[in-house]
Design a protein around this ligand. Structure first.
Ligand SMILES: [Zn+2]
Length: 286
């Protein structure tokens, strides 16, 4: 009987190992930049997928897009408090069967504060002309926040648009002149009037609104895939609709236009309509 050479044995072992692997195994993995919580957005990175593969995702069966490089922003609205959500990514390599990657995420509860604010009566109980105007402006903003198509600018994370004192927290129940109103869907940063406000990430200016009743001079920037940032009460606007802004570009200056009690920036972020805490965005230090 012939003695089998070690090299031959190694080859046999490798062949056997290859045969034991499922035929369509995609060695892709999912990486999240942080914990997904109510009112939070995280960056999802799909790694190790075959080049040219098609990628699609869903969070609790709600589809979301993924860039060809494997990046996406996933978010949970401030009012959603599920115990668990299922994150799924389908990787479809060219000419091979699709593979589904599934991750079950446990969501912790989030409690919000209450904030009492007193404002001039005319600014809270609107007369008919102010009401008509404010409704029209709110609709214009809502339309701008619905943008989904366009150039991607979120891959490198986000930056705080202005430094200052936090004068209004995210998610607090607002009580205006004793009347309960909806939750504060952004943060307020108090800073001196005229301080430059920079974009939180590269993006396309989709709204440059002037002198709105509530939000004053207002900008909405789209960072791709329905990730939008809103900047309100600005003193000056230094960009116009359709402009592409690079990372760190100045958008305008801090002011107190619209319904504001002092110079500050109201900064809001939505991810495909889900209201998230701007200070919880990937890349923002606090
Ligand atoms: Zn605010």
């Amino acid at each position: 009987m012939r003695v089998l050479r070690p090299r031959f044995l190694l080859l046999c072992a490798l062949t056997l190992w290859a045969l034991l692997l499922p035929p369509s195994a995609v060695a892709a993995t999912l990486e999240l930049s942080g914990d997904l919580q109510p009112g939070m957005a995280v960056l999802l990175t799909v790694k190790g997928f075959p080049q040219g593969a098609r990628l699609s995702g869903s969070l609790d069966r709600q589809p979301f897009p993924i860039t060809p490089q494997g990046q996406a922003v996933v978010a949970l609205d401030m009012e959603k408090q599920p115990e668990q959500v299922t994150l799924q990514v389908v990787v479809t390599p060219t000419g091979a069967p699709a593979e589904t990657l599934t991750r079950t995420l446990t969501i912790s509860k989030r409690a919000y504060k209450e904030e009492r604010i007193d404002l001039p009566k005319k600014k809270v109980d609107l007369d008919q002309p102010d009401m008509t105007r404010a409704t029209r402006e709110t609709e214009t903003i809502a339309a701008a926040l619905k943008v989904r198509e366009g150039r991607i600018g979120f891959e490198r994370g986000f930056r705080q648009p202005v430094a200052g004192r936090f004068s209004g927290v995210f998610g607090s129940r607002r009580v205006l002149n004793g009347q309960p109103r909806k939750r504060h869907n952004g943060v307020d940063i108090a800073a001196a009037a005229g301080t430059p406000v920079t974009t939180i990430a590269p993006g396309t200016v989709v709204l440059a609104g002037r002198d709105y009743f509530f939000t004053g001079n207002t900008l909405v920037v789209h960072h791709g895939h329905g990730v939008v940032s809103l900047y309100a009460h600005l003193e000056r606007l230094q960009v116009k609709e359709g402009d592409w802004v690079e990372a760190g570009a100045t958008l305008g200056t801090v002011g107190m236009t619209g319904r504001a009690t002092g110079p500050h920036l109201h900064w809001g972020v939505l991810v495909r309509g889900e209201r998230v805490d701007p200070m919880g965005l990937p890349g923002i230090r606090h």
